[in-house]
Design a protein around this ligand. Structure first.
Ligand SMILES: NC(=O)C1=CN([C@@H]2O[C@H](COP(=O)(O)OP(=O)(O)OC[C@H]3O[C@@H](n4cnc5c(N)ncnc54)[C@H](OP(=O)(O)O)[C@@H]3O)[C@@H](O)[C@H]2O)C=CC1
Ligand SMILES: O=C(O)CCC(=O)C(=O)O
Ligand SMILES: [Mg+2]
Length: 410
C-alpha cells in the first residue's frame, strides 16, 4: 500500500514560478458576518472539485487563521503578525469578508492584509455566466478584468479627524505655508499615488492582457480634477506601457493615426477614460472594455458596479496579488443582516476559489468547479439574490446551493 502523501507548503522557485505539492497547506480566514455561511459552502465545493479532477492524487490541507472578530474573541488580536507570516510563508491563502466599522473604530483588516503583504493588485474579473439575471440586454458582452491598485490612494487610511490636534496642525501648515484657506472643523485625508505603485500595477494589467490576448487596457482615472494623483496615474500608465511593452502595445491615439482604428494583430490598445464617464460606457458598450487598470478607490467603486451587471455581489470573485503571495477573496463584504441564516450566495467566494485553483495551476479542478456552478444555475437552483430576479427559479439555501454544485461535478 502506498503511504499517504504528507501536506506541505506551496513555494516559489527562483524564477518566480509556483511549486505546488499534491497536498498543499492553504491558510484560510473564515471571515465575519456571512463568512460563517459562505466559507463552509466554499470549502466543500473546492474540496470536491479537487477530488473530482484528481481523485486521491491531490487534496488541500486547510489551516484556519484566527483573524477578525473570531480572532479578537478567541485570542484578543484582530490580525496577528503570526497570521500574516503564515500567509506569507504559505504563498496562497483565501479569506472571507471582514467588518470595518463606519466613522470610528478599527481600520480595515482587509486593507491591512493587502498593505502588509504588499498584495499590490486587486484583480476582479467580471464575466457573464449564462443564465444569471442581468439588467443589461446583452450581458454576454461583459467580459472585463479590473486591476485595482491595492496599497495606496485615499484607501491608505492617512486621515485626521476634524477638531483633532493633528488635523489642526495639518490645517495650520496648509494655510500658513501652502496657500489654502481651510476652516477649523475640517477632517483631512491624504491621497498618495506614486509612480512606483502605479507602474507595477499597470505593468501587471498589461502583462495579463498580453498573456490572455485581450484587446485593450483602459486606464480609469479622474485626472482632470485630481491632476497630480489620478492624472499622474494615467501618465505613468502610458509611460510603463512605452518603457516595458513597446512592441506589444499601441496607444489609442496611434491606432487612429496609423491604423484607422483597426487593432494590429498581437497589440494591446492602451487607452484612458475619465472615471465618471467610464461608468456609463461600461453599461452602454461593455464590449469596448477588456482590462481596466485604476487607482484604489475607483477600483472599489467600479468593481461593485460591474458586479451588478453579472448577477450582483453574490457572483463577484477576486484576488489580491503581489510578487510574493496571493490572497483570494470575494468582492462583497460581511452583509451582516444575513449572518448565520444560511441564505446568501456563496458564488463569489466559490468563484474566488476557482481563481485560486487556476493560480495554483490546478486548471482541471477550476474548470470542473465553474462548469458545475453554471449547471446548477442553469437548472434553476439559486440563492435568494438570483431567485428574486429569475422567474421560475427555485430558491435554495447557501449550503444547498453548494451541495447542488457538488452533485453536478463531472
Ligand atoms: N473585502 C472585504 O472583506 C469587504 C468588507 N466589507 C465590509 O463589510 C461590511 C458590510 O458592508 P456593506 O457595504 O453592507 O456591503 P456588503 O457587500 O457586505 O453587502 C451589501 C449587500 O450586497 C448584497 N450581498 C453581499 N454579499 C452577498 C452575497 N454573498 N450573496 C447575496 N447578496 C450579497 C446584499 O444585498 P441585499 O441587501 O440587496 O440582499 C447585501 O445586503 C462593512 O463593514 C464593510 O466594511 C465590504 C466590502 C469588502
Ligand atoms: O475593508 C473593507 O471593509 C472594505 C473593502 C472593500 O470594500 C473592498 O476592498 O472592496
Ligand atoms: Mg468594495
Amino acid at each position: 500500500m502506498q503511504a499517504a502523501k504528507q501536506p506541505s507548503k506551496i513555494t516559489v522557485s527562483d524564477q518566480g514560478t509556483l511549486q505546488v505539492p499534491d497536498v498543499p497547506i492553504i491558510p484560510f480566514i473564515e471571515g465575519d458576518g456571512i463568512g460563517q455561511d459562505i466559507w463552509p459552502a466554499t470549502r466543500l465545493v473546492i474540496d470536491q472539485s479537487v477530488q473530482a479532477a484528481y481523485g486521491a492524487e491531490r487534496r488541500i490541507e486547510w489551516r484556519e487563521l484566527l483573524v477578525g472578530e473570531k480572532g479578537f474573541h478567541e485570542t484578543g488580536q484582530w490580525l496577528s503578525d503570526e497570521a500574516l507570516e503564515t500567509i506569507r510563508t504559505h504563498v496562497v491563502a483565501i479569506k472571507g469578508p471582514m467588518t470595518t466599522p463606519v466613522g470610528s473604530g478599527i481600520r480595515s483588516l482587509n486593507v491591512a492584509i493587502r498593505q502588509k503583504l504588499d498584495l499590490y493588485a486587486c484583480v476582479r474579473p467580471v464575466a457573464y455566466i449564462d443564465p444569471v439575471p442581468s439588467p443589461l440586454k446583452t450581458p454576454e458582452k461583459i467580459d472585463m478584468v479590473v486591476f485595482r491598485e491595492n496599497t495606496e490612494d485615499l484607501y491608505a487610511g492617512i486621515e485626521w479627524q476634524a477638531g483633532s490636534a493633528e488635523a489642526d496642525q495639518v490645517i495650520d501648515f496648509l494655510n500658513t505655508r501652502m496657500g489654502t484657506a481651510l476652516g477649523p472643523e475640517t477632517g483631512i485625508g491624504i491621497k498618495p499615488i506614486s509612480a512606483v505603485n502605479t507602474k507595477r500595477l499597470v505593468a501587471m494589467a498589461i502583462a495579463y492582457a498580453i498573456e490572455h490576448d485581450r484587446a485593450s487596457v483602459t486606464l480609469m482615472h479622474k485626472g482632470n480634477i485630481m491632476k497630480y494623483t489620478e492624472g499622474a496615474f494615467a501618465r505613468w500608465g502610458y509611460a510603463v506601457a512605452a518603457e516595458r511593452f513597446a512592441d506589444r502595445t499601441i496607444t489609442e491615439a496611434e491606432l487612429w493615426d496609423r491604423y484607422d482604428g483597426r487593432r494590429p494583430e498581437g497589440k494591446v490598445i492602451i487607452k484612458d477614460r475619465i472615471a465618471d464617464m467610464l461608468f456609463q460606457q461600461v453599461l452602454l458598450r461593455p464590449d469596448e472594455f477588456d482590462v481596466i487598470a485604476t487607482p484604489n478607490l475607483n477600483g472599489d467603486y467600479i468593481s461593485d458596479a460591474l458586479a451588478a451587471q453579472v448577477g450582483g455581489l453574490g457572483m463577484a470573485p477576486g484576488a489580491n496579488i503581489g510578487d510574493g503571495c496571493a490572497v483570494f477573496e470575494a468582492t462583497h463584504g460581511t452583509a451582516p443582516k444575513y449572518a448565520g441564516q444560511d441564505k446568501v450566495n456563496p458564488g463569489s467566494l466559490i468563484l474566488s476559489g476557482a481563481m485560486m485553483l487556476e493560480h495554483m495551476g490546478w486548471h482541471e479542478a477550476a474548470t470542473a468547479l465553474r462548469k458545475a456552478l453554471q449547471a446548477t444555475i442553469k437548472d434553476g437552483l439559486v440563492t435568494y439574490d438570483l431567485a428574486r430576479q429569475m422567474p421560475g427559479a427555485k430558491e435554495v439555501k447557501c449550503s444547498a446551493f453548494a451541495e447542488a454544485i457538488v452533485e453536478r461535478l463531472g
